[in-house]
Design a protein around this ligand. Structure first.
Ligand code: FAD
Ligand code: N01
Length: 581
């Protein structure tokens, strides 16, 4: 029940319910509770904090972001007290960090662990969110904040006969807490995204008998070049920490790294090598940011991709295997660019083989393994699915969210996500989505946009509380405009030239649409700051739910949708549209 009556706009149990105890939810709880003095309950499905770092315990799981920037920057004490041990922290260390933060800020007492939110409904009579959990409880709140993660619903493809397989199966994103025994096992890994690329070398190094990698699309992986950080490194970081973090927050990708040049389009391959080679040797995402126009100029990208293809060819002994590992069907970084440690070397081991499923598709699972369409039966003791996530919208849609007029999020997003600023959805009052679709999120070093979102949401709720305004909701027009803007920006990039989870393409049946905001963290931050400064331009602020309904447009049908319908169907008139709305 509410502990603090500063905020009394409704008779709800809490001022805010937050869902998810990863980077986003922990900070959100802290800001709302400790800075605004609101009563907050955080609900988390897992039995501990950590989010991504609680669930993804697969062999080799570690960050691709460098440790000193893959963390919060809002609290000096946390920044001073915590010291990372490696350039890229392993999963247990990131988890430990988030546990440390939760303890430092005394967050656990307001978190209900082991509890899944099964539905959230905006009740118009009371103007509150009714949040149901899998233990049968209903929590009511004025504000509902989703911090459920962009990559938190693991996806296993529906292979024919999958359930008949009798061996062990694992998904990288839901790895068991107890150690997995690899000894003398014949192991299959399906998937060569960032998770597969980290898992494969570690499994190969374990005491296995045989590893078979099923690859659908080869990836361009750049060496991470991990190393320990000693006290001297750490002192150097601490000396410049404020500046480093300011640079990260001022950058399009949330990375404090300099670019080398605007373009590579005018360079010869020899010139390009001269720029890229030091970054290749240094490892990590400095390589990614070498040329500013990498993701908008095909000429630059093709040259960088060519450089990477030659690196792969040079790393793999068997030319046939090397060719299978070389991506030729997409530009570098149009799929999320992974880092690697020994990935390509792994294919030089005698007990590792590669099946290219575009050439030799999986036909079906059998009781003992996997049959490919060439008729070959491969027997496995263990299959590891490194097949990714129902990303960005999947977890939100699974929560059965219902807004005004009985409209569900699933209905609202039937043709793909529509949001205003990736922060809210028309028809869903007082609901905020941390790293929601159409915000920069996964296109950046994520703690940066997470802090940015949490701070904006907190300031907004603070403004509402101070001003005595109980309701806020994006207008339909603002939402349509933002959605269109997102699509226009995406069309200017190379991202839309390939099927990927950024494009919603990895899950059968999802509408094809570029989901994250591709304009850069820096520009995005300025945009949302300006919206607030202009008195929440594009939002309706209202004293009552009726008022929201009167002043906002119909949540069912945006203006652009209505215009499109009128344009497409000459028989349709305004009365038909009103009925649909
Ligand atoms: P999450 O950490 O996903 O937390 C969401 C939480 O919500 C989860 O704990 C989940 O259990 C909970 N939840 C979801 N639905 C419900 C529900 N219905 N009821 C109750 N609880 C619910 N990003 C980077 O920037 N750099 C990296 O190097 C990097 N490495 C990554 C490595 C892996 C293996 C993966 C999968 C992702 C990585 N990411 C990385 C992205 C990473 O997800 C973010 O950096 C960040 O951890 C997201 O934090 P979050 O709190 O927003 O979401
Ligand atoms: O998932 P993915 P992930 N048959 O979707 C393949 C973050 N992350 O878990 O490319 C055969 O990228 C699929 O093939 P294709 C990061 O943001 C970060 O690896 O679709 N194969 C692909 O190879 C990342 O992007 C880190 O053709 C099938 C793979 O499975 C995101 O999480 C580490 C298939 C899935 O790759 C997701 O990464 C790990 C099928 N039917 C994750 N279906 C670090 O920062 C799918 N595939 C370190």
């Amino acid at each position: 029940m509410r502990e603090n009556d500063r905020h009394t706009a409704t008779d709800a149990d809490y001022d805010a319910v937050v869902v998810g105890a990863g980077f986003s939810g922990l900070y959100q709880l802290h800001r709302l509770r400790d800075e605004l003095g609101l009563s907050v309950k955080l609900v988390e499905k897992a039995n501990d904090v950590g989010g991504t770092w609680y669930w993804n315990r697969y062999p080799g799981a570690r960050c691709d972001s460098e440790s000193h920037i893959y963390c919060y920057s809002f609290n000096d004490e946390i920044m001073e007290e915590w010291q990372w041990s490696e350039r890229y922290p392993r999963q247990p260390e990131v988890l430990e960090y988030l546990r440390f933060v939760a303890d430092h800020l005394d967050l656990r007492k307001d978190i209900e662990f082991g509890t899944e939110v099964t539905s959230a409904t905006f009740e118009e009579d009371t103007g509150t969110w009714q949040v149901e959990t899998d233990d049968g409880e209903t929590l009511s709140s004025q504000f509902f904040v989703t911090a459920v993660g962009c990559l938190s619903t693991p996806y296993v493809p529906d292979f024919e006969n999958r359930d008949a397989y009798q061996g062990e199966t694992y998904h990288t994103g839901k790895w068991p807490h107890d150690p997995v025994d690899f000894e003398d096992k014949r192991v299959a890994v399906i998937g060569t995204g960032a998770s597969g690329i980290q898992t494969i070398p570690e499994v190969a190094r374990a005491d296995i008998e045989q590893l078979t990698v099923f690859q659908r699309t080869p990836n361009y992986a750049v060496p991470a070049r991990n190393r320990s950080l000693d006290d001297e490194d750490w002192e150097e970081i601490q000396r410049n920490y404020e500046e480093i973090m300011a640079e990260a927050h001022d950058d399009g990708s949330g990375l404090p790294f300099d670019t080398a040049r605007e373009t590579a389009a005018d360079l010869t391959m020899a010139d390009i090598e001269a720029v890229l080679e030091p970054r290749w040797e240094e490892g990590g995402w400095r390589f990614l940011v070498a040329f500013e126009d990498l993701l908008v100029n095909p000429e630059t990208n093709e040259k960088v991709s060519q450089y990477l293809r030659e690196k792969i060819r040079g790393a793999v002994d068997d030319p046939e295997t090397a060719e299978k590992l070389v991506p030729t069907d997409h530009y570098y970084a149009t799929k999320r660019p992974p880092l690697h440690t020994d990935y390509y070397d792994t294919f030089n081991r005698d007990n590792v083989s590669l099946v290219d499923v575009t050439e030799t598709p999986v036909d079906r699972f059998t009781t003992g393994g996997i049959r490919t369409e060439d008729g070959e039966d491969r027997e496995f003791d263990m299959v590891i699915f490194a097949t990714g996530f129902d990303a960005m919208t999947g977890t939100l849609l699974r929560m059965d969210i219902e807004g005004r007029n009985g409209l569900t999020l699933e209905e609202r997003w039937a043709d793909g996500p529509k949001t205003y600023l990736g922060l809210g959805v028309h028809g869903f009052p007082n609901m905020f989505t941390v790293t929601g679709p159409q915000s920069p999120s996964v296109l950046s070093n994520m703690p940066v946009p997470i802090e940015n979102h949490v701070e904006w949401i907190s300031e907004t709720i603070g403004d509402l509380v101070e001003g005595g305004t109980p309701y806020i909701e994006p207008t339909g027009v603002a939402e349509e405009d933002w959605t269109e803007h997102n699509m226009d920006l995406a069309q200017e990039t190379l991202y839309t030239t390939v099927d990927s989870w950024y494009m919603n393409e990895n899950i059968p049946g999802k509408p094809t649409v570029f989901v994250p905001y591709p304009g850069g963290v820096d520009i995005y931050q300025d945009t949302i700051r300006e919206v607030r400064e202009k008195g929440y331009e594009g939002f309706t602020l209202a004293d009552s739910v009726d008022d929201l309904g009167r002043r906002g447009e119909s949540p069912q049908l945006g203006v652009f949708e209505a215009m499109e319908l009128l344009h497409a169907d000459p028989d349709m008139d305004l009365a038909d549209l009103m009925e649909m709305a």
